[in-house]
Design a protein. Sequence first.
Length: 310
Amino acid sequence: MIVFWIAAAGLLVLAWGLLLPPLIRKSSAAPTPQAERPDARRSNLAILRDQLAQVDAELAAGSVSAEQHRLSRAEIERRVLDEEAVADGPRKAGSARRTAAVLGTLIPLFAVGVYALKGNLAALDPRAVQAQPVQGEVTMAQVEEMVEKLAKKLEGQTAPQPGDAQGWTMLARSYAFLQRFPEASRAYGRAIALEPKNPQLLADHADVLAALQGQQLAGEPMRLIEQALQIDPNHPKALALAGTGAFERKDFGAALGYWNKARQFVPAESEFAKALDGSIAEAKSLAPAGGAAPAAAAPVPAAASVPAAA
């Protein structure tokens, strides 16, 4: 809130700096009308007097009628009176200063009034701001509430519905995001039952099962990974997980094969590519010369028979 008031004061000073100095300078430095152009006014009056004399002479010479003479003289006399009024009329001293003072007072009052009517006064209270979520930001409680609603909807269906596979997939990924891995595994099982040939679902389910058994891919997770690679030998996540499984068995050569192949199918600047690069570097540092797997390594799973791309 202190930052807000400092910024508001700075803007107020800027507004004063733009509006008030011209008014103050005008009040203090501008000369009075009498002193501003005395010679010019005297010259104008002399010209008007000469014009009066000229129209009188024209009347006497008979070159203008009496009516024309009357109209011309009336016009010249009006102009003389206007010049005298300008010369004699006193200027109201201090009017610009009063305007500056009024503006200097009204500007902040007007700004505060408009903010009070249209602004959010609660936003000036840091405690209130901290207590409110950022606009557009979904809280964890809201996420969990949405997940529970989706779960009840899917589990409460008495007959299959179009889009069930997408619904169970969304629910499984939501549970995984919340690290509710048992529920995520069950939801992936329902989704895979509806789409058994989906390699992404198989790889995602293997990932969740690995989390349930201490980040170890041996057993059912590796079976799902092999199944995914049989469906799509170039699936990036399945290749990456197969490499991780080989690395766990200390089969660094096989791990390099999987990871190098996966690296070809992911965007070069993505976080996935960076993670693969780190894993590849680590496997290279541990692999024996030539990249051959150690003699004591466990048998390579069926998915390893997929030829690595050159």
